[in-house]
Write a protein that binds this ligand. Structure first.
Ligand code: UDP
Length: 369
C-alpha cells in the first residue's frame, strides 16, 4: 500500500521542537510519509537550524523564507506560498502545531483546498483575544479535522466551543515526549553552564533563568520596563541568566537599555534546545512569558513565574508550580520572584505519559487508510 502523504507546516522555534517528536515516528511508520514545509518565520541559525541538528530532524523539503513584517503581510505571504506547495504536493492531510502565524497560514491554505487539517496542541486558551496566539489557535481549532489536545482543560474548551467529541483526541503534550527523550542528555558541569560558572560565577541550582519574547511585553514599553526593573532588582540577590530573543534584543537596543542590562544580568544569545534544557533543569527559578518554558519548568520541577496576565497552562498555576505576575508593577513582580524561590507545587501529571507523538501518528494512520 502506498503511504499516505502528510504535509507538515512549521516555522517557529517551539514548532521545530514539537515536530521533532512526531516527524521521527512518521518516518518510521511506513503508513505515512511526511513532507516538511518551513515557512521561514524563524530563520537565524540559533532560532532554526540548531533544532533540526540537535533533535535529529531531516531538513525541510521546502523553505519559504518568509519572515518579518506585520501579521497580515506575513500570514498572507505564508498562505500564498503554502497553497502553492499544497497544490503541487496534493497531500492527504496537513499537520500544524501550536499558535503561530505559520500554524494559521498552513491551516487556512489546507481547508480552502478541502485537505483535512490535524492540529497538535489544540484546545489551549488564554481567553485574551488581543493576543495573536489566541486568535491563531482558536481559528485553527475551528476548522481542523483532528484536534490533538495536551490536557483535560483543552478538551473542555473545545467541547464548550462545540467541537464534536470524535474530533478531540487527548494524546498528551508532545513537548513532554521531547523532554523525556532529551532531558537526561544534559549535565550541570559542561556546556554553557560550565562556562558561565567559570566566567561569571553562575552556580547550578542558584540562578534564575529568564526569557522574554511575547509581543504583549516587547511591544509595550511600560511592561518591558517593569520586567527589566524587576529582573535587575532580583539580580542583586540571585544571578539572572537571560537568553535574549532577537525581537527583545532589538527593542531593548532601540530603547538604549541593552548596556545597563548587560551590566546587571548574564545576557546570552538564544540557545539550542539542549543548552536551554540545561539552563532550565539547574535553575532555582524560571521567569518567563513563554508558553513552552512554563511547562518545561514543571517538567524539571523548577518554580516558575509567568510574566503575563494569564496563561493557557492553568493547571500549573492551580497546582502551585507557576505564579502569574502581570508586569504592571516591578515591586509586585519582584515579590512573586521571591515568593517562588524555593517553593514547590502539588504532585500532578497533567501532560500524559510521554507517548503523545505515537498516539498522533497512530490516529492519523488509522483514519487515513
Ligand atoms: N528555547 C530554546 N532556546 C532559547 C529559548 C527557548 O531552545 O533560547 C526553547 C524552549 O526550551 C522551549 C521552546 O523554545 O522548548 C519555547 O519556545 P518559545 O519560548 O520561543 O515560544 P512559546 O513556547 O512561547 O510559543
Amino acid at each position: 500500500m502506498n503511504p499516505k502523504k502528510i504535509v507538515t507546516v512549521i516555522g517557529a522555534r517551539p514548532q521545530f521542537i514539537k515536530a521533532s517528536a512526531v516527524s521521527s515516528l512518521l518516518a518510521e511508520s511506513g503508513l505515512l510519509r511526511e513532507v516538511l514545509v518551513h515557512t521561514g518565520q524563524h530563520f537565524d541559525a540559533n532560532m532554526s537550524d540548531v533544532f533540526f541538528a540537535e533533535l535529529g530532524m531531516a531538513p525541510p523539503a521546502y523553505h519559504c523564507a518568509i519572515h518579518g513584517g506585520h501579521h497580515g503581510a506575513m500570514t498572507g505571504a505564508m498562505l500564498a506560498e503554502t497553497e502553492r506547495i499544497l497544490l503541487e504536493e496534493k497531500p492527504d492531510a496537513v499537520l500544524v502545531y501550536g499558535d503561530t502565524n505559520s500554524t494559521l497560514a498552513g491551516c487556512l491554505a489546507a481547508v480552502k483546498l478541502h485537505i483535512p487539517v490535524a492540529h497538535v496542541e489544540a484546545g489551549l486558551r488564554s481567553l485574551n483575544m488581543r493576543s495573536p496566539e489566541e486568535v491563531n489557535r482558536m481559528l485553527t481549532d475551528r476548522v481542523s479535522r483532528w484536534l490533538f489536545t495536551p490536557t483535560e482543560g483543552a478538551d473542555a474548551h473545545l467541547a464548550r466551543e462545540g467541537a464534536a467529541s470524535g474530533q478531540i483526541h487527548r494524546v498528551g503534550d508532545v513537548m513532554f515526549d521531547v523532554a523525556l527523550r532529551h532531558g537526561a542528555r544534559v549535565h550541570p558541569g559542561d556546556g554553557l553552564l560550565g562556562r558561565l560558572r567559570q566566567t561569571r560565577g553562575v552556580r547550578p541550582g542558584e540562578y534564575c533563568l529568564a526569557t522574554i519574547h511575547r509581543a504583549e511585553n516587547t511591544d509595550d514599553p511600560a511592561r518591558l520596563a517593569t520586567i527589566v526593573e524587576a529582573l535587575t532588582r532580583l539580580a542583586r540577590d540571585v544571578q539572572v541568566v537571560l537568553p535574549l530573543h532577537p525581537r527583545t534584543r532589538a527593542v531593548l537596543a532601540a530603547q538604549g537599555r541593552l548596556d545597563a542590562l548587560e551590566q546587571a544580568l548574564v545576557l546570552v544569545e538564544p540557545q539550542g534546545y539542549l543548552t536551554m534544557v540545561q539552563l532550565e533543569k539547574y535553575a532555582a527559578l524560571i521567569a518567563t512569558d513563554s508558553g513552552g518554558v512554563q511547562k518545561e519548568a514543571f517538567f524539571y520541577r523548577v518554580p516558575c513565574v509567568t510574566l503575563r496576565d494569564e496563561t493557557e497552562w492553568q493547571e500549573l498555576v492551580e497546582s502551585g508550580w507557576n505564579r502569574l505576575a502581570p508586569p504592571a508593577d516591578a515591586a509586585q513582580v519582584l515579590a512573586a520572584f521571591r515568593a517562588s524561590l524555593g517553593s514547590i507545587g502539588k504532585n500532578i501529571a497533567p501532560y500524559g505519559t510521554g507517548d503523545a507523538a505515537a498516539r498522533i501518528v497512530r490516529q492519523l494512520a488509522q483514519d487515513l487508510q
